[in-house]
Design a protein around this ligand. Structure first.
Ligand SMILES: [Zn+2]
Ligand SMILES: [Zn+2]
Length: 147
């Protein structure tokens, strides 16, 4: 299963810096992409493009949090709706509090991981209230990595 480490052409040339501590990233990084649905906005400390790339140090607490989230299936990609709203259709329940509810959703796609606690690829969806919790959490992680 884990023998497929090659075949990722192009990834090596794409090595941004850590979103939080600005350190140079290596192959070991956690990468997330956030997709706010209609009426949702990106949580605090998520860059405008929605992408988070974290070094193993900054990622450790985020990995712990994500490991407790319930992954959902991949959202449908439709021409007439945003990716964020696609997330609303796959899950129905929040990945964090597992409440099913209407309201603005935030899709979170995990596509690079550090360690084995997380799946290699996963999609999560956050409800309105968990979005702000996630934002505060990220602010705390960032503060710790800067001090
Ligand atoms: Zn970092
Ligand atoms: Zn929730």
């Amino acid at each position: 299963m884990s023998s497929q480490s090659s075949g990722t052409a192009g990834v090596e040339s794409w090595l941004p810096s850590c979103t939080f501590c600005d350190g140079q990233l290596t192959e070991q990084l956690l990468a997330l992409q956030s997709y706010p649905g209609e009426a949702a906005s990106l949580p605090a400390d998520v860059p405008d493009d929605g992408g988070l790339t974290l070094c193993p140090d900054c990622a450790s607490e985020v990995v712990e949090l994500l490991a407790s989230w319930q992954p959902h299936g991949q959202p449908p990609v439709g021409a007439d709706s945003s990716i964020g709203d696609g997330y609303r259709e796959v899950g129905g329940t929040c990945s964090f509090c597992t409440d099913g509810r209407d309201g603005p959703v935030l899709g979170v796609e995990l596509y690079r991981r550090v360690g084995d606690e997380l799946p290699a690829y996963a999609n999560y969806m956050l409800c309105d209230s968990c979005q702000s919790v996630f934002g505060e959490f990220l602010q705390n992680v960032r503060r710790e990595s800067e001090s």
